[in-house]
Design a protein around this ligand. Structure first.
Ligand SMILES: Cc1ncc(COP(=O)(O)O)c(C=O)c1O
Ligand SMILES: [Zn+2]
Length: 407
């Protein structure tokens, strides 16, 4: 039995039964799952969670599902003390949450695992999504596991590696002639015409809850405490809001003592509508036309941007945009200090941590968690220039001569 009770409008508070629905019919604001936290608190303890499965479903009591989980092995990803990188950046307590190591190589598996579980509960036989790249692979993989049909819509600019990384699961892969915002608009129409479970449209409230587990894990991996600072990437802004919700819920349930976390948003300069609003001191997010190599986070009109902005402000955090060259440098720095190969979104996060540490916004003695949410191999075209092997003949003499020259 789940503790989820209703879908609730963030803005006007109107409640709806748990169903495939993402926007309030009165005010068109996003709906969120609300729970009976009193009943949940009675059942839940650190020990119960610790005794659960080694994956995201150890937090099942905090998720809105009734049915059997569609699980491809997601979660409980490595949490690494990044001493080498911290040394470079002047931070003594820097940690990396390495969500590259999910089954389809991004944090999206968390969100999709919950959303596809709900899709089955609601009786859908087909799932679909609008994706910047990573979601497509994750939806296709979960549909394969659940024996469902999948339609995945991606923008025409998506990286070749993401197409292969999705097509291998055999969904119907639809390339839309336009950017992500165009894909999203199109899918909002498609969802009205077809009775499909659209993972990030009509199933979005459930998808959102799955993302929350990355924040829950970090608190548990820190020995049940919240970090001083979180630095996380934002596209639609949803993940960022769910990291916060996860920490907040743990506090409400008495599982952590306090949350004094400063929440920092990381965006690519070529797609930074939330950062722009933060810097302008505005509450209005003005859509932009994205232009960045960080395609997985290139959303110009972020559905959860306002909420993310409020969290950054009210938590005493901030927002920072880094350009493409800083993102690439961030990818290389993380690889060369910690042995972790992330995609450009992770490079944006590292570039942001670097800037925040250099400006003194983040202090040396604070406990900082950088959220690395997607892996590098599908987007390796951005790094073509780093490949500069030396060539030798298969003889010891040739090795000594060539390596002698470069030594
Ligand atoms: C690797 C990666 N990180 C972060 C995000 C941001 O997600 P959100 O739309 O929840 O802000 C995405 C979104 O596609 C992503 O692919
Ligand atoms: Zn409303």
């Amino acid at each position: 039995m789940s503790y989820a009770r209703t879908l609730r409008c963030r803005k006007c508070g109107q409640e709806y039964p748990l169903q495939p629905l993402n926007l309030c019919e009165s005010c068109l604001s996003p709906l969120e799952v609300s729970y009976d936290y009193k009943a949940m608190a009675k059942e839940l303890s650190r020990e119960k969670i610790a005794g659960g499965p080694t994956g995201m479903w150890r937090y099942r009591d905090m998720l809105p599902v009734e049915g059997e989980e569609v699980d491809i092995g997601t979660g409980f990803t490595p949490f690494v003390k990044a001493d080498n990188l911290g040394g470079e950046l002047g931070l003594d307590h820097l940690y990396i949450k390495n969500d590259c190591l999910n089954p389809t190589y991004s944090f999206k598996d968390r969100a999709v695992s919950v959303a596809v579980t709900k899709a089955l509960e609601f009786g859908f036989d087909t799932v679909a999504c609008a994706s910047t790249g990573n979601l497509a692979a994750s939806v296709a993989a979960h549909a394969a596991k659940a024996n469902m049909r999948a339609y995945v819509f991606v923008p025409s600019v998506v990286e070749p590696g993401n197409l292969v990384g999705t097509a291998v699961y055999n969904p119907v892969l639809v390339k839309v002639d336009g950017n992500y915002d165009a894909v999203n608009r199109l899918c909002a129409e498609v969802v009205r015409a077809h009775n499909w479970g659209f993972i990030n449209i009509n199933l979005r409230p459930y998808y959102a809850e799955g993302s929350k587990t990355i924040g829950l894990e970090v608190a548990e991996q820190l020995g049940w405490r919240a970090p001083d600072c979180v630095v996380a990437p934002a596209a639609s802004g949803l993940l960022f809001t769910r990291i916060w919700k996860g920490l907040d819920e743990l506090y409400m349930l008495g599982l952590i003592e306090s949350v004094n976390t400063h929440m920092y948003i990381a965006q690519a300069a070529g797609s930074s509508p939330i950062v722009n609003a933060f810097n302008a001191g505005s509450v209005h997010i003005h859509p932009v036309v994205p232009d960045t190599i960080a395609k997985s986070i290139a959303i110009g009109n972020p559905a959860n941007g306002y909420h993310a902005l409020m969290i950054a402000r009210q938590s005493g955090g901030g927002a920072c945009a880094v350009d493409d060259s800083e993102a690439i440098a961030g990818v290389q720095l993380l690889a060369q200090t910690e042995g972790i190969f992330t995609e450009p979104a992770g490079g944006v996060v590292i570039g942001t941590v670097k800037r925040l540490a250099a400006s003194g916004a983040i202090k040396r003695d604070e406990l900082v968690v950088a959220f690395i949410t997607g892996a590098g191999p599908r987007t390796q075209d951005i790094l073509a220039d780093v490949v500069q092997p030396v060539t030798v003949q298969p003889t010891l003499e040739s090795v000594e001569r060539v390596l002698g020259v470069i030594a």
